[in-house]
Design a protein around this ligand. Structure first.
Ligand SMILES: Cc1cc2nc3c(=O)[nH]c(=O)nc-3n(C[C@H](O)[C@H](O)[C@H](O)COP(=O)(O)OP(=O)(O)OC[C@H]3O[C@@H](n4cnc5c(N)ncnc54)[C@H](O)[C@@H]3O)c2cc1C
Length: 492
């Protein structure tokens, strides 16, 4: 229903974001019988991560039958789907579940404030008016707002530059002098994809990542027919799920096992793919495998060994960016046509892309001053009816992020159902329950390679706490999410 007179659009629920998190939330609202909802999306197109990241080589790193929504199987053409197929899948989900009509594009949420008098959220947007909703689901994405470090002289460069998150597909790479800054998952995909086309490629690597072989394969027509059978798809998902889940034993309980199985295979991968001892040394990390996200690639190392590609390690890093290109720490001037920033996201301290003010005007930024925290990574005391998809400590490196997103939906659905069945207006987690949960998370985190593996990664917030990861088996998270505890909540 829309109240034009007050020019505030009122809805039972509003979802911020239209990626897989937003899509899963929409389908789950419908399961509760809530049809009166909207999805607000800041971009001119729907779909989140995969619509946004169109850089050459972009692809998922988790087997596609598992990296798909459980309620929407798909006859994938290959094991690790490329970006275009992921966009096709996204559109398939949006169309099949009639979500296009629920999405308001070009609607950037700038602030949300809890109205205690009316027990609802007031939502401000950039030029698209104000909205009001009883329930607010933030699905603004953990890796949605890119970060470009303030390199000295960054804005003086006269050539082209863009982040991998905002690739200009109209830009002709042929015979160009290019630099890629960064060595994470996106860099590992874009470097092999563009190296054959460009004239020269300078790769700036602050710290190397461990890289493992990528067991990708194209599915045959017969296999795709099998993927079209629901029970087969389900069994395959279960098989892939368990084949990945055991890795948590290494990440959390045994770095010895991690080194024996993962570390040795990764060293072998370097030896198999790189002949030059200096290059081998340059790409070999000095921390335990798993501490940073493990990259899957069969093409990165051979690309770094190409004659037109040069790897600049930390001691030969960026002194400054200038009009012509980059001056390195060793004093060399690299003249460039294009600088690609593959410098990641703020997945911890800046995880919610707009200010949120809860009960008494307290902001999440203040509540998270020390470090981001939330009960089940999803809700906070003082923020009734507000649910954060992919919130603090819900990230997962060894399996599909969509498994965790759908687990959060199990909790969100039960929380909203509790309000509905009590004929109440709002639900809020107690401070005690949130505190117990967060204490448990960071106690468990002490056992993990992400906290103790000897690296600094984007998993950590400024405080040093690991925020981007869940410290345990993904099935443990799902079990907790499903076991809704009324005593942990206040229902008004
Ligand atoms: C390059 C890349 C590769 C990845 N690979 C993998 C992988 O291999 N495996 C894996 O499990 N995960 C991977 N991920 C993580 C991926 O983000 C999640 O798997 C999943 O897509 C997250 O979905 P989401 O809906 O939560 O967020 P997103 O897909 O990021 O969607 C968030 C949406 O919210 C919108 N939004 C943000 N702020 C606002 C605002 N203020 N107002 C309105 N709209 C807003 C954004 O524009 C965006 O469309 C990858 C991420 C990236 C960036």
């Amino acid at each position: 229903m829309t109240d034009q007179s007050a020019s505030v659009q009122r809805h039972t629920a509003i979802i911020i974001g239209s990626g897989f998190g937003g899509q899963a939330a929409a389908v789950n609202l419908r399961r509760l019988g809530i049809e009166d909802f909207l999805m607000l999306e800041r971009r001119a197109w729907p779909g989140g991560t995969w619509s946004q990241n169109s850089y050459p080589g972009a692809a998922v790193d988790v087997h596609s039958p598992l990296y798909s929504l459980s309620f929407e199987p798909y006859p994938w053409t290959q094991m690790f789907a490329g970006q275009q197929e992921l966009v096709e899948y996204t559109n398939h989900v949006l169309t099949k579940h009639q979500l296009h009509e629920k999405i308001r594009l070009n609607t950037n949420v700038t602030e949300v404030v809890w109205d205690a008098g009316e027990s609802c959220w007031r939502i401000q947007t950039d030029g698209q008016g104000a909205f009001q909703a009883q329930f607010l689901i933030n699905a603004s994405g953990p890796l949605s707002t890119p970060v470009i470090p303030a390199f000295k002289g960054r804005d003086s460069f006269k050539g082209r530059s863009f982040h991998t998150n905002a690739w200009d597909n109209g830009y002709d790479l042929k015979d160009k002098r290019v630099a890629v800054i960064g060595s994470g998952a996106s860099a590992a995909q874009v470097i092999p994809a563009i190296a054959p086309e460009v004239k020269t490629l300078a790769v700036f690597q602050r710290t190397p990542h461990w890289v493992m072989p990528r067991a990708d394969r194209v599915f045959s027509t017969f296999e795709r027919t099998l993927l079209g059978i629901k029970w087969f798809y389900k069994i395959l998902r279960i098989a892939i799920y368990w084949s990945l889940e055991w890795r948590v034993i290494g990440f959390k309980y045994s770095t010895t096992l991690l080194n024996i199985i993962g570390g040795r295979a990764a060293v072998k991968h370097i030896e198999n793919q790189i002949a030059d001892p200096a290059l081998r040394a340059a790409v070999t990390p000095n921390y335990i495998i798993g501490c940073k996200r493990v990259i899957l690639s069969n093409t990165l190392y051979p690309t770094l060994a190409r004659p037109n590609v040069r790897l600049h390690t930390k001691d030969d890093g960026i002194a400054e960016i200038n009009e012509r290109g980059i001056r390195t720490l060793k004093g060399e001037q690299l003249d460039l046509d294009l600088i690609v920033y593959s410098t990641g996201y703020d997945a911890t301290d800046g995880a919610i892309s707009y200010p949120v003010k809860g009960v008494g005007g307290v902001s999440i930024r203040d509540q998270w001053r020390e470090y981001p925290r939330a009960y089940l990574g999803t809700c906070l005391p003082g923020f009734p009816n507000f649910f954060v998809v992919t919130g603090p400590n819900t990230g997962i490196g060894h399996t599909s992020a969509l498994f965790i997103i759908e687990s959060q939906m199990e909790y969100i659905r039960r929380a909203i159902a509790a309000v509905q069945s009590a004929k109440a207006r709002s639900i809020e987690v107690t401070a005690e329950a949130e505190n117990d949960y967060t204490t448990m998370i960071h106690r468990e985190m002490q056992k993990t390679v992400w906290q103790t593996g000897g690296c600094h990664s984007w998993y950590q917030s400024k405080s040093g706490h690991v925020i981007a990861m869940f410290p345990g088996f993904s099935f443990s998270f799902r079990r907790m999410a499903k076991a809704f505890k009324p005593s942990h909540h206040i229902i008004h």
